[in-house]
Every structure is written in structure tokens, then in C-alpha cells.
Design a protein around this ligand. Structure first.
Ligand SMILES: NC(=O)c1ccc[n+]([C@@H]2O[C@H](COP(=O)([O-])OP(=O)(O)OC[C@H]3O[C@@H](n4cnc5c(N)ncnc54)[C@H](OP(=O)(O)O)[C@@H]3O)[C@@H](O)[C@H]2O)c1
Length: 243
């Protein structure tokens, strides 16, 4: 599976990147970043880093490298209510990638990282973080509309999925900070669960186009358990072969 990632230098995106690197079924990772990644990552033969000068422009040299991709996990974003970052950049990617997907004639899954508090109703009065929440809600609508328009134009190969985590916490055993305090009020997901769930949606799709925090937690935990138990089984098999 060939995967395109954004936000790879961030908290969520870096976990997605590291799980993709460990996953033997993912054979190629294209990281779109505004700055180079550490040498240890750049040296990984599975990873190709494209340093983007402008996230609204996809020259043919970049498009060529996206050819053959099956999935994009979009983990770029801030809470700063920026129209360019939240809407223009992902839409520019979708518009650049759509002809490639149409040519390929195979399913392409685009997974958009939104947030639990994102608000789609642009008229609704919000008491806090109003601009940021509205822009994220608008982005959700734009990405879902994109799938509808693509279906009309090129058939149903383009699939958009929206993931809406609550507070994202460091992986278990790694909780050096106090972010978990906020999660008492709005719920949370551990970053490794979130990354595992997004990669799994990329691989298998999802019945629901929108995944809320509770579904993300369940899906992520199930995937991580499968990996863990799978590794235990391999270790057991290896120890049997010693006998
Ligand atoms: N963390 C949470 O608890 C949480 C909860 C719900 C939803 N989310 C959403 O999930 C997404 C990722 O969150 P995160 O916590 O991983 O954020 P993060 O650690 O701040 O990472 C943000 C990523 O976006 C990139 N980025 C920011 N501004 C950019 C720009 N102008 N041009 C290009 N790239 C840019 C950053 O690149 P640089 O490293 O180059 O700056 C980084 O890779 C955001 O949309 C966030 O709102 C987060």
C-alpha cells in the first residue's frame, strides 16, 4: 500500500508516520512537509519526503511521485482558524490528486483529521474557539462535498473519511504532560490509537464516513491489540521451534 501523509512533523502525524514505517504492508510513504525530516527518517528507503514550497501548488514533478497512491492521511492543521491551512491546502491536494485517482481507476481513501468540537453549522453561536471550530467544520463539509462531486465527475473511486478525535493524549506510559486533565471534560484518545485507527480506515475503509472519538478509540485499540497479540504469537511460535 502506498500512503501519502501530511503533518508528519506534528504530534499526530509523526505517530502516523512511525506506525506506517513499521507496517510491512505499507510499502511506500510520501511525506508532504514544509521542512526536511530528520536524517534517520530520510534514510528509510520506504519514505520519500517532498518539501513543498506552496501547499496550493502541485507541479507535475510532485504529481508524478504521488502516482499509484492508495491513501492520504491529512494530519496538518492548527487551532488558529486559518482558512488556507484548514481548507485551501487540503482542497488543493484533493484537486491535484483527483485526476490521478480517476486515471488509476482504483479506490483512493482520503482521511481528514478534524476535531470533536468542529462545527459545521456556520450560523451557530459558539461560546469559545468559535472561528477555529467553524473553519474546521467548513473543512469537513468541503471534503465530503469533494467526494460527491468526484463521484459525479469520475465515478466512485474517491472516498473521503473524517476523523473527529477529542483531546489527543500521548501514548500510555508516556504521559509526562498534563493534557489528560482537559480530557476529563471532553474525552480523549491516545495518539497511537488514533494513528492506528486512521491507518486502518485507509486500508479497509469504514461503514461510516465520519468517525467520532469513541469509534476511533475502539478501532485503534482493536488494531493495536491485533498487532500486539500477533507479535506474541510469533514469539511463541519462535520459542516452539527451539524445542
Ligand atoms: N492534538 C490534539 O489534541 C487534537 C485534537 C483534535 C484535533 N486535532 C487536530 O489534528 C491536527 C493535527 O494536530 P497536532 O496536534 O498533530 O498538531 P501539531 O503537533 O501542531 O502539528 C501540526 C502539523 O501541521 C503542520 N503545519 C502547521 N502549519 C503549517 C503550515 N502553515 N504549512 C504547512 N504545514 C503546517 C506542522 O508542520 P511544522 O512542524 O512544519 O510546523 C505539523 O506537521 C490539527 O488539525 C488539530 O487541530 C488535534
Amino acid at each position: 500500500m502506498k500512503v501519502i501523509l501530511t503533518g508528519v512533523t506534528g504530534f499526530i502525524g509523526s505517530e502516523v508516520l512511525s506506525q506506517c514505517r513499521r507496517d510491512p504492508t505499507i510499502t511506500s510513504i510520501i511525506a508532504l512537509s514544509r521542512r526536511p525530516l530528520p536524517q534517520s527518517i530520510q534514510k528509510d528507503p520506504k519514505v520519500e519526503v517532498i518539501v513543498m514550497e506552496d501547499f496550493t501548488v502541485y507541479p507535475s514533478s510532485v504529481i508524478e511521485r504521488l502516482e499509484g497512491a492508495d491513501v492520504c492521511i491529512w494530519a496538518m492543521g492548527t487551532t488558529e482558524a486559518r482558512q488556507d491551512l484548514e481548507i485551501d491546502y487540503p482542497l488543493a491536494f484533493c484537486n491535484a490528486m483527483a485526476p490521478v485517482v480517476a486515471r488509476q481507476g482504483k479506490t483512493f481513501r482520503y482521511i481528514h483529521t478534524s476535531g470533536r468540537l468542529a462545527e459545521r453549522d456556520q450560523e451557530r453561536c459558539l461560546l469559545f474557539l468559535s472561528e477555529g471550530r467553524r473553519i474546521k467544520g467548513k473543512a469537513e463539509l468541503e471534503m465530503m462535498d469533494f467526494e460527491v462531486n468526484e463521484r459525479k465527475l469520475h465515478g466512485g473511486h474517491w472516498k473521503t473519511f473524517i476523523v473527529k478525535p477529542s483531546m489527543v493524549l500521548p501514548r500510555k506510559g508516556d504521559k509526562g504532560d498534563l493534557r489528560w486533565l482537559g480530557s476529563v471534560f471532553i474525552g480523549s484518545v491516545d495518539v497511537d490509537e488514533l494513528a492506528a485507527a486512521m491507518i486502518d480506515i485507509g486500508r479497509n475503509g469504514s461503514e461510516e464516513q465520519v468517525s467520532h472519538n469513541a469509534e476511533v478509540v475502539m478501532r485503534g485499540r482493536a488494531v493495536l491489540d491485533r498487532i500486539l497479540y500477533g507479535e506474541e504469537r510469533e514469539r511463541e511460535k519462535a520459542s516452539w521451534s527451539l524445542w
